[in-house]
Design a protein around this ligand. Sequence first.
Ligand code: PEP
Length: 253
Amino acid sequence: MRKKIVAGNWKMNMTFDEGQKLTSEIVNMFKDEAVKDVTLVLNPPFPHIHPVKKLIGDTPGIGLGAQNCSDKESGAFTGEVSAKILASFGVQYVILGHSERREYFKESNELLAVKVKQALANGLTPIFCCGESLEIRTAGTHEPNVKFQLTQSLFDLSPEDFSKVVIAYEPIWAIGTGKTASADQAQEMHLALRRHISSKYGKEIAENTSILYGGSANPGNAKELFSKPDVDGGLIGGASLKSRDFIDIAKSF
Ligand code: PEP
């Protein structure tokens, strides 16, 4: 059975105190309410990594991720953070290819392929984001477009490496807009991606790949989204900054 994951992307939010409060609340609610059968992943900005790790401690079911890593291994790259450094701080996951990084930092499918390899080489699980713009959705070419993102960034991996990757399908028109993809739209794309993975790596690996949905997910729509057979959880932006909402999403399976 593939893993169910609810990952919170804090983006560039949260001061030190706010991040400590949010994490403590999430950890306490997760334990007190005995949330089961789902892995939570907190993805704070880099400076929070160490203190958030301390608060999570060894709580089973809660993991720690970063929002990006360098494509380089180490060296004179001022301002960058390598996968190796992240791993040494106990980070387990890294979000790669978020649409904001693709758009504002011009990250290409080719660059992301290198970042994915860096992450895997250092024992991190990439949460690889893909998704189409509104223009592409309107033109009806979303399916080939998103499949191409996977082909270019991931299909060079060995089957063993690919099986460590988590996919997040995030239609750009739904991110931070309050406009969620319908559960049927999400299911349709998740199934198409799973079939695409199967065509390259075979049925078993495809069936075991967790595919998360991202884009204005909240406690009000998570249940319907997560009820779909190919939706294995969510990558949550805005709602991950509110402990109650984040935990309620995690309880929506
Ligand atoms: C995201 O940034 O990955 C995201 C899904 O954001 P939001 O939930 O706010 O749409």
